[in-house]
Design a protein around this ligand. Structure first.
Ligand code: CU
Length: 165
């Protein structure tokens, strides 16, 4: 009996340090930026790159921003009549294992609705991302145009269906 207890203790001792030295890979969010909204625009969009080095598929479930009454996950797609339209990602955004997911203009993005203050070039604010597996990840978003695009098809003034307080 005593030998069994000793063996159990030994195995516990060898397991603990091994785990501490080998931290599990985690989600990485990089390059988060918000496009500069037009003056007095009620909404804005945020883009970023999400790397998932883990072996587990994850899902971005929800977002919230310190500068907006509401933040949502959207995707842009071309409708049958050739117009750019935005759709809610009501199921969240899949983040595949061992993969990189990019939120970019004309594609998936975080929509900021009801900006609480004007966003100017160079401003920074925090964005809370909630993932199914990774939990909450807070990222710093910098306001600025990655590449200025005038009259781009991705036009957020077309958000007429969204109510902004
Ligand atoms: Cu949108």
């Amino acid at each position: 009996m005593r030998r069994i207890i000793l063996a159990t203790l030994l195995s516990l001792c060898t397991l603990a340090p091994a785990r501490a030295e080998d931290p599990a890979p985690a989600l990485q969010v990089t390059g988060a930026y918000a496009s500069v909204p037009r003056p007095n625009a009620p909404s804005g969009a945020v883009y970023m790159t999400i790397e998932n080095p883990t072996a587990t598929d994850d899902r971005l479930l929800s977002v919230s921003a310190s500068v907006a009454a509401k933040a949502m996950l959207h995707t842009s797609s071309l409708s049958a009549d050739g117009m750019m339209q935005m759709l809610d990602l009501s199921e969240g955004l899949p983040i595949p294992a061992k993969g990189t997911t990019t939120l970019a203009r004309g594609a998936d993005h975080v929509m900021l609705m009801g900006l609480s203050r004007p966003l100017a070039d160079g401003d920074r604010f925090t964005l809370d991302l909630t993932f199914e597996t990774a939990g909450k990840v807070v990222v710093i978003v910098t306001v600025g145009e990655a590449a200025p695009v005038a009259d781009a098809p991705m036009d957020h003034s077309g958000h007429g269906t969204h109510s902004t307080p």
